[in-house]
Design a binder for this molecule. Structure first.
Ligand code: ZN
Length: 408
């Protein structure tokens, strides 16, 4: 299965740089990228009669979404309001439905189909507390995903806590039969666990090579609740840190309401931040202080956080990433938006060697965006690709390929 995809190609290099090939070629063999260059260069290397597929558009790497809740996909954008009220009144009743395995199976098929349609090929997903729903999400996976059942012991309806594997014996037994390459230990957030149960999770995390994901400092009401529940902690970040949950394998969702010492702690532990600009806007939370994240050299990637975020489209997330920070006078570029939605996401997931960009040896996972006119700069064309309402952006990609095969 050797093939050349001939199209314009845009590949992220780093935060500030991308490379554009007007008449480019992506050489793929058995799902793996063997070469990326101008068409004339690759054609010369392929020998006689290469199999060439012409694509009318611009190829970019498949998008990576490092924080979302697949079990909230059915209700994305339907509710808003204060974080805690939103959780208690709308989201937790929805997640309780995932005890029904037939419902979970149907929802998982739709989730992966919709994400591929929108160009997302990799990501990190919070499941409901149920072991079966999590196994269904793993078994139905299309693309490269990491999924974790949310762990909730307290301060939630028993329909969720009764199913949560927060008991160490049950959790360890579940992990025994789960593929650690696609699993994340997922304490939902500090208010749903006790200091003792968080500590137990820290021990389990140290015993297993999986990723760890949780929410941190998303809203002011949440911050006040954490202060009440953990009065002896210096700050929210310390609640996780003293449980041993902050590691280079940890991805922290949001990080909006952070003090300087908290940033220093996150930096010292090597944890990543999942930045969710659309979710912060939709739930009326404040802007994540990007300038502080940069000052503390904390690695981060972009995420939709559906169903807090109204859309699973990473094009929409990139649009608002540029919008909210520009409105606050913080400089951001389209190059950074693409980098944070592709290469940085793969690195955040520990998949830097296999995905996130179009370079030799990586999986040929890519998206075709609408054609660029010769008159437009690459920056102007890319920003035009990000413009529009969420529903349009979810359908803007012309196609998505996984390992060189058309998937949507
Ligand atoms: Zn979330």
């Amino acid at each position: 299965m050797r093939k050349i995809f001939r199209a314009s190609i845009l590949n992220p290099i780093d935060v500030n740089t991308w490379r554009f090939y007007r008449d480019g070629a992506l050489w793929v063999d058995h799902g793996v990228i063997m070469g990326l260059d101008d068409f004339c260069v690759i054609a010369g290397q392929m020998g006689a009669n290469p199999d060439i597929e012409h694509l009318d558009g611009v190829i970019v790497p498949g998008f990576v979404d490092v924080h979302l809740h697949w079990v909230q996909h059915r209700v994305s954008g339907q509710f808003s309001g204060d974080l805690l009220t939103w959780l208690q009144e709308h989201i937790w009743p929805e997640e309780a439905c995932y005890a029904d395995t037939d419902l979970a199976r149907v929802a998982a098929v739709r989730f992966y189909a919709d994400l591929l349609r929108a160009g997302t090929v990799m990501g990190m997903s919070y499941s409901s507390p149920h072991a079966e729903a999590t196994q269904i999400a793993l078994a139905s996976m299309r693309g490269d995903w990491v999924v974790g059942n949310v762990l909730m012991a307290v301060h939630a309806p028993h329909t969720l806590t009764d199913h949560s594997l927060h008991d160490p014996g049950a959790l360890r037994a579940f992990l025994q039969r789960t593929d650690m390459a696609h699993y994340a230990l997922t304490p939902r957030f500090a208010p749903n666990l006790t200091a003792k149960s968080l500590k137990m999770l820290g021990r389990v995390a140290a015993e297993h090579p999986c990723l760890i994901q949780t929410h941190l400092a998303e809203s002011l009401t949440e911050l006040r609740w954490v202060k009440e529940l953990f009065p002896d902690a210096a700050h929210y970040t310390e609640v996780y840190d003293r449980a041993g949950l902050l590691t280079p394998r940890t991805i922290l969702g949001h990080c909006v309401e952070m003090r300087d010492e908290e940033w220093r702690c996150v930096r010292a532990r090597g944890a990543w931040v999942a930045h969710c600009p659309t979710s912060n806007e939709a739930l009326g939370n404040r802007r994540m202080p990007l300038e502080q994240l940069r000052a503390h050299h904390i690695p981060f990637a972009l995420a939709s956080d559906i169903g807090g975020g109204p859309s699973h489209s990473m094009l929409h997330v990139m649009q608002r990433f540029l919008g909210v920070h520009r409105d606050a006078g913080v400089p951001v570029t389209p190059q950074e938006a693409l980098y944070r939605s592709t290469k940085a996401g793969a690195e955040c997931m520990g998949r830097g060697a296999s995905g996130g960009e179009l370079t030799v040896g990586k999986r040929a996972d890519f998206v075709l965006l609408p054609q660029k006119s010769a008159a437009d700069s690459v920056e102007a064309w890319f920003e035009a690709c990000l413009s529009g309402a969420p529903a349009d952006l979810e359908h803007r990609p012309l196609g998505t390929w996984l390992s060189g095969e058309r998937a949507a």
